[in-house]
Design a binder for this molecule. Structure first.
Ligand code: MN
Length: 210
């Protein structure tokens, strides 16, 4: 199991509010989280608790609930468990500078074995997600090197709706990316480009008063 060394090397914890690289022992909860992250580009960080850390993939287009759609998922460095609740602003100039939202959170169950480490080594992890948005059966399958695909299996939770569009806000705070940036001292204009069909808070309030 890879350590949190790379995570630590990339960050300045005196400048970024992100969690420190602590590995936490204890009962595995098999937590999963998807963080929407407007850094240089908008992407969705898909993370699974395994071996006391969050195994992590960056999914540029976000997860799709359509079984016909295969989404590229790039394996990235392990993150500490505490990262699962991180929502806020990473200062510009720091690694991953930009706004982070907890887009979905829940637990998962592996479907093709119990040892997550060995399933990941083999390059195929079938899993059931029990999130607020993502549910049912999925697979993460490695194609080469750090490239994986995240694919929905056919079940009653499969849908052609793009959840990233129909359900864009935080499951922790209901905020949009622009609202998080606005309330936590980030770049609102940049964050707003990650909010599909969103409008600035002022005009939305105007509209809702009509
Ligand atoms: Mn990221």
């Amino acid at each position: 199991m890879q350590s949190l060394r790379t995570y630590k090397q990339k960050r300045h914890f005196d400048r970024s509010p992100e969690p420190k690289p602590e590995k936490k022992p204890g009962k595995p909860r098999r937590l999963f989280v998807v963080q929407k992250h407007r850094a240089r580009n908008l992407h969705y960080d898909f993370r699974l608790e395994a071996g006391g850390v969050l195994k992590s993939w960056a999914v540029p287009k976000g997860p799709s609930t359509d079984p016909k759609v295969k989404r590229l998922a790039m394996a990235v460095e392990d993150h500490p468990l505490d990262y699962a609740n991180f929502e806020g602003v990473i200062p510009e100039g720091e690694y991953g500078g930009g706004t982070v939202m907890v887009w979905d959170q829940g637990t998962y169950e592996p479907e093709n074995g119990e040892n997550i480490g060995s399933l990941l080594k083999k390059g195929e992890l079938k899993l059931t997600l029990k999130g607020k948005k993502l549910k049912g059966s999925w697979v993460l399958v490695r194609t080469r090197d750090r490239n994986w695909l995240l694919i929905k299996h056919r079940d009653r939770f499969a849908s052609e709706d793009e959840l990233t569009v129909t359900s864009p806000a935080s499951v922790l705070t209901r905020r949009t990316l622009a609202e998080i940036a606005s309330e936590e001292g980030g770049n609102v204009e940049k964050a707003a480009t990650g909010d599909p069909r969103s409008t600035p808070r002022s005009s939305r309030e105007t509209r809702s008063r009509k």
